[in-house]
Write a protein that binds this ligand. Structure first.
Ligand code: HEM
Length: 496
């Protein structure tokens, strides 16, 4: 009797599963019918692609994806759709729509950001500034953080920028003396991590002379983030489990470090010590005063990790790409550096304003290599993009990587030409946005470009660098874009 009941229960369960599966298939069909009029690659390619992704975990971290997005933009035009089961993502490279959507707070960040709040079950960016999707919650944090990025406050950071860049110059002096070759990306990672640790959190790491687990932890988190966000089947493969544990461990290390540094800062505040009004102080402020719940503590750590990661990797990659381009085409920028800073050791805030051509070089670097290659938004309501009716309820992806490499926006797009950003040249119209645009644009843009200018100006002032032959110029897409070769250079002292 019991066996018979079990049997009926099992049949009923299978029936329910079948009905649920059928319902889901019908739902997917309904969604596809809604969006099928939008141009885009045929659907069967996704099935094949999902199978390939599931079969080979390595395919995702290569250049292929970057080439695919450009190809699609060329073939399908200003807006095209991609289906991932019932999700619909639109690739948008229409300047008018980019302006309308990114410049408004009506369009929240999409569910991709929700996925970044945890990596494989371990809290990562949580509800910090980059990942917060609720406007009110984001706005409150952004207002509190703003003072740490005011131009007055940033001026005061010139000492720290100079100081950390000087450590890099000492390292490069040793390298030039020993005639060794060096990976510029590694060195740039050390400097930008030194800068963010000192300026944002008041901690001296001196990574060019000390070893530290942080660079590896950041790299592991970013790699994990790419797999986790792009491959829904990644966790199912036992061969990935040890890597997944490494990612969880790396997230925990960053958060534990945050907890320790926040605790030390709070103790200093409690003892009435004079503490800087830096990012760490603002993070502590954003969690509120008095008793803090576990939720408040977690929230502080979300922003700690956000700044630790957002404030370092993208700038290091920009500096490495810039070095790579300047080494490929020895450049007139050196003359400007000599004219503005000569043999001076300390670069002032006013000098930065006079390094106009260097600004153009840095902008052009981010046109071809936007190190944070995109942002995405949810479309809650119907709208029209490039004359095509778009039903609400989908996500839009905006990529400065794509628009920066399209001939229709930039003539001869693969040529590195800083004159595109000459002060008298027409400004690109919503097709150049390496720091995103509008309310959710990068808070650290000025910080990053001041830091990058100080490092590049000192490098150009003192050294000649050439690329070691035979390396690739490929781009590695690990969530952020970085030079695959690591930019292997030989460095010599300049003959002034
Ligand atoms: C070359 C260097 C940098 C580039 C290319 C860059 C690019 C970007 C981009 C594209 C976004 C939007 C992300 C999205 O929508 O998903 C962003 C956001 C952000 N970035 Fe940067 N970033 C750089 C450096 C920095 C630095 C140095 C800091 C901090 C010191 C920083 C802090 C932030 C923060 C806090 C946000 C979130 C802003 C918000 O939503 O309110 N970034 N960045």
């Amino acid at each position: 009797m019991i066996n018979l009941m079990n049997f009926y229960a099992l049949v009923f369960l299978v029936f329910l599963l079948f009905v649920a599966f059928l319902g889901y298939c019908l739902y997917i069909k309904h969604i596809h019918m809604k969006y099928d009029h939008i141009p885009g690659p045929p659907r069967d390619r996704y099935v094949k692609r999902l199978v390939v992704l599931a079969a080979d975990a390595n395919v995702k971290l290569v250049v292929v994806s970057s080439l695919t997005v450009i190809y699609r933009a060329k073939i399908y035009g200003p807006v095209y759709k991609i289906y991932i089961l019932h999700y619909v993502i639109l690739g948008v490279n229409c300047p008018e729509a980019t302006k309308e959507i990114l410049m408004s707070s009506k369009y929240p960040k999409d569910s991709f950001y929700k996925r970044l709040s945890n990596l494989f079950g371990q809290r990562f960016l949580g509800n910090g500034l980059v990942t917060a999707r609720d406007h009110k919650q984001w706005y409150k944090q952004r207002r509190i953080m703003d003072p740490a990025f005011s131009s007055l406050y940033l001026r005061g950071l010139m000492g720290a920028f100079n100081d950390r860049a000087e450590k890099l110059m000492s390292k490069l002096t040793d390298i030039a003396d020993s005639k060794a070759e060096t990976h510029m990306l590694n060195l740039m990672n050390c400097v930008t991590l030194d800068v963010i640790a000192k300026v944002a959190f008041g901690v001296d790491l001196d990574l060019l002379n000390n070893s530290s687990p942080f660079p590896k932890a950041i790299e592991t988190c970013l790699k994990g983030m790419t797999y986790y966000a792009r491959d829904f089947f990644f966790e199912l493969k036992p061969t990935n489990w040890s890597f997944i544990n490494e990612v969880r461990e790396a997230c925990r290390l960053l958060r534990k470090t945050g907890a320790k540094w926040i605790h030390e800062r709070k103790t200093a505040m409690g003892n009435g010590e004079d503490v800087p009004k830096d990012i760490l102080s603002q993070i502590i402020k954003s969690a509120g005063q008095g008793y803090l719940s576990l939720k408040d503590e977690e929230f502080m750590l979300d922003n700690f990790v956000t700044f630790f990661i957002a404030g370092q990797e993208t700038t290091a990659n920009q500096l490495a790409f810039c070095t790579m381009e300047l080494a490929r085409h020895p450049h007139v920028v050196r003359q400007e550096v000599d004219d503005v800073i000569g043999m001076k050791q300390d670069i002032s805030y006013d000098d930065l304003g006079r390094l106009i051509y260097l600004s153009q070089v840095l902008k052009e670097t981010l046109r071809i290599y936007p190190t944070a290659p995109g942002t995405s938004r949810e479309l809650p309501e119907d709208m029209v993009i490039a004359g095509i009716h778009i039903p609400g309820g989908c996500s839009c992806f905006f990529s400065p990587y794509v628009t920066g490499r399209l001939e229709k926006f930039f003539k001869d797009p693969l040529t590195f030409d800083p004159d595109r950003f000459h002060p008298d040249a027409p400004k690109p119209y919503y097709c150049y946005y390496p720091f995103a645009l509008g309310p959710r644009s990068c808070l650290g843009q000025n910080f990053a470009q001041m830091e990058a200018k100080v490092v590049m100006a000192k490098l150009l002032q003192r050294f000649d660098f050439t690329l070691v032959p035979g390396q690739s110029f490929d781009i590695l897409d690990t969530g952020t874009l970085r030079p695959k070769s690591g930019v292997l250079c030989s460095v010599r002292h300049r003959n002034h």
